[in-house]
Design a protein around this ligand. Structure first.
Ligand code: CAA
Length: 257
């Protein structure tokens, strides 16, 4: 598919999705959000893809937030629709992906940009990346899940501080508080992200998708994560991957999934 604001390449079972509006610091306008939905939907169904890496174009920004020029005249109903549509089509959709998504944070990840990175399953940051939720400086609060996912990742106290002060933290502080999994130099950012992807690819795709669903269940209101885990665990016994994995172990071989 042809995209206006995204670049999508696939190599050795890893898809690289690059948000490509560098002049606007990759800000998420409607077109980009729509294309992200299309791209992630297509990659879900693409058997040649097992892991997705998401990054921003240029060295300056991963994503500097939702596109302020598009919503500055909105009223409350339009604001609600903006949040709902974005959350459903992109942020929740991405978090529910059955294929792991790794955010390679190559610069500013602010507002909707940090919310996008937080919807991914794993985050790797370059050492010059800066992260924050500056929405209160605009008279807003985070609207793409930031008030929920940030406390889940870093705890309530640090989340409150980041949201209420609107301050940015650097990559090392993000690592210290658990907002990112790894920090590396910008020239190693994609290499490290791909090497994590390669480790994931060695394992059962069925089990990986079930693990994502079970972890997510534990953070979903009104859902018993332990029960979801039991059901997901039991369903693995009926899968071909279970036969492949256990057979390989018992014959002292490496499984090929
Ligand atoms: N929306 C629209 N345009 C944006 C943008 C955004 N979020 N962030 C940057 N841009 C644009 C700028 O307007 C500028 O465009 P022009 O050259 O046409 O003027 C271009 O990108 C480059 O940006 P700057 O000149 O501002 O670059 P800088 O190096 O001086 O500053 C920055 C970098 C600190 C990241 C600054 O751009 C900034 O503060 N951006 C906004 C960050 C922000 O507030 N994000 C939250 C958005 S609200 C949100 O995301 C709501 C939600 O949760 C749903």
């Amino acid at each position: 598919m042809k995209y206006k604001n995204l670049l999508v390449t696939v190599k050795q079972k890893i898809a690289l999705v690059t948000i490509n509006r560098p002049k606007k610091l990759n800000a998420l306008n409607k077109q980009t959000l729509t294309e992200l939905h299309w791209a992630f939907a297509a990659l879900q169904d693409d058997d040649a893809v097992r892991v997705i890496v998401l990054t921003g174009s240029g060295e300056k920004a991963f994503v500097a937030g939702a596109d302020i020029s598009e919503f500055h005249t909105f009223d409350s109903q339009q604001g609600y629709d903006l949040a709902k549509e974005g959350q459903e089509l992109v942020f929740d959709f991405l978090e529910q992906s059955k294929k792991p998504v790794i955010a390679a944070i190559n610069g500013y990840a602010l507002g909707g940009g940090l919310e996008l990175a937080m919807s991914c399953h794993i985050r790797v940051a370059s050492d010059h990346a800066k992260m924050g939720l500056p929405e209160t400086t605009l008279g807003l609060i985070p609207g793409y899940g930031g008030t929920q996912r940030l406390p889940q990742l870093v705890g309530k106290g640090i989340a409150y501080e980041m949201i209420l002060t609107a301050g940015m933290i650097d990559a090392n502080r993000a690592l210290e508080v658990g907002l990112v999994n790894h920090v590396t130099s910008s020239d190693q950012l994609l290499n490290l992200s791909f090497s994590i992807a390669e480790k994931v690819i060695k394992n059962s795709p069925n089990a990986i998708s079930k693990a994502i669903a079970a972890v997510r269940a534990g953070f979903s209101q009104g859902v018993d994560g332990y029960k979801v885990e039991m059901e997901a665990f039991s369903s693995c016994f009926d899968s071909d991957d279970f036969i492949t994995g256990t057979k390989a172990f018992l014959s002292k071989k490496t499984p090929k999934f």
